[in-house]
Design a protein around this ligand. Sequence first.
Ligand code: ASP
Length: 322
Amino acid sequence: MKRILIIHTGGTISMKEDKETGEVNTSSKHPLEEISVLLKDHVEIDDDILFHLPSPHIRPDHMLKLGRFVHEKMAKKSYDGVVITHGTDTLEETAYFLDLFIQTRKPVVVTGAMRSSNEVGSDGLYNLLSAIRVASCDEAQDKGVLVVMNDEIHTAKNVTKTSTSNVATFQSPQYGPIGITTKNEVFFHHKMTRHDSYPIQSIGKRVSLIKAYAGMDGSLIDAVRESHVDGLIVEALGQGNLPPETVDALKRTLDDGIPVVLVSRCYQGIVQDTYGYPGGGRQLREMGIIFANGLTGPKARIKLMVALEMTTNMTELEHMFS
Ligand code: ASP
């Protein structure tokens, strides 16, 4: 019998709808506690409620606490896999942080729900069951942290929430899911490429995220620089270009020793130094801006926060994003 650790952190998957007002909120009893009883003949389950938070309340220090908790629990008992339930709003950031932090070959699966536990069509129990099945599966080993929702298995690195309310919200726009779950089976159809882990002890660096837009100037960038951040992520236009009016402010940021990491506001593709016009990717790269290939802005922010705990050397930082 497989032994699975479930860690609850909150989110809609742990909430109930008030049938009179329609308001969805936390409830004193975790609605998924009965899962252990449901599965007792197939899987041995230990479950812990670490947090009871809506995911907009989750901060990087919660993510680190959760990562440490996984390490501690796994050191005490030999689990075959771990399942984490989480609110969907920031699920991709926590999953990606755990992907960078957790050192294990065992499956670690994050799941959530779009509809609370007593709503019509609630997806929580189903997603939790699917996540347990994936975490119990030998083939799920060595794949980094996975996100299982709505019959699909995604990597923490590529998955993102694409719809505010649809149950099929989690997608990996560039690469697709790496597997699917059916009623009785778990199928993987992609192999993993490189996977790095960073054993950090703390997560306290201040990294801001700015999205570029037509007609943008340097005022937002200067405001962020003057607030003494440790790093800045810019979601640039297209392949990695910015309005020329932002360039001087970016130079001032880099001159202050603040690393600037570039991603694209496009939801597919990677940033490249293709264009040579003022503000184009070529100029940005030559200035010393780091190009983060394929990560979304929020995930590049998590990665820079993690990377800055290990080094402030620009070359080393660039290497971590390559
Ligand atoms: N707002 C909720 C949260 O992230 C959404 C969800 O869990 O689906 O906590």
